[in-house]
Design a protein around this ligand. Structure first.
Ligand code: FMN
Length: 152
C-alpha cells in the first residue's frame, strides 16, 4: 500500500475542499491510501511515513499563503521517504497558477529530493468562495491521476 498525505493551508475552507476532493480521487485507486491534514495538524517528523506528499494553499497577495511556506521550511530538515509530490493552489480572478508556480519553486528549493509531477490551480468565485463550478471534479481527477502515477 502506498501512503499519501495532503498538507494544506486554508482560511475560508475552499482549499480544504479541494484537498479533500483530491484525497477522494486518490483513495479510489486501489493500492493507494491518502489522508489530509492542515499545516497545524501535522508535525513535519510525521511526513517520514509517506510515499508521496501533496502541498496546497490559497493565493495570498500573489504568493503562497505564509503557513504553507513555514511548513515547507520546517519539512526541509526532515529525512523524507517520499520521492514524488504535487502542489495546488486556489485563487480568484485572473491569478490562475500564480501561487502554485511559486509554491512549486519553494518546494523544489527546500525539498529537492521530491519530484513534483503535477500541479493544479482551482478558482474560487470570491475571496471567501465558493469554488467555481467543476473545480471539485477536476480535483478528484487530479487525485486519481496522481495515485495512478504513484503505483506505476
Ligand atoms: C489576504 C488575502 C490576499 C489575497 N490575495 C489574492 C491575490 O493576490 N490573488 C488571488 O487570486 N487571490 C487572492 N486572494 C483570494 C484567495 O486566493 C482566496 O481567499 C482563497 O483562494 C480562498 O481559499 P480558502 O477558502 O482556502 O482560504 C487573497 C485572499 C486573502 C485573504
Amino acid at each position: 500500500m502506498k501512503k499519501v498525505i495532503i498538507v494544506y493551508e486554508s482560511v475560508y475552507g475552499n482549499t480544504k475542499m479541494i484537498a479533500e476532493s483530491i484525497c477522494v480521487g486518490m483513495n479510489k485507486v486501489e493500492g493507494v491510501e491518502c489522508g489530509v491534514k492542515k499545516t497545524g495538524e501535522l508535525h513535519t517528523d510525521d511526513l517520514c511515513e509517506f510515499d508521496a506528499i501533496v502541498f496546497g494553499c490559497p493565493n495570498h497577495d500573489q504568493e503562497p499563503a505564509l503557513n504553507i511556506i513555514k511548513f515547507i521550511d520546517r519539512a526541509s530538515i526532515v529525512h523524507l521517504k517520499a520521492k514524488i509530490g504535487a502542489a495546488f493552489d486556489t485563487y480568484t480572478g485572473g491569478n490562475k497558477d500564480v501561487a502554485v508556480t511559486k509554491l512549486k519553486a519553494k518546494i523544489q528549493e527546500k525539498i529537492p529530493g521530491i519530484e513534483l509531477i503535477d500541479t493544479l490551480s482551482a478558482k474560487v468565485k470570491g475571496r471567501k468562495g465558493p469554488l467555481a463550478d467543476n473545480e471539485e471534479s477536476k480535483a478528484l481527477d487530479f487525485g486519481a491521476r496522481f495515485a495512478k502515477r504513484l503505483i506505476e
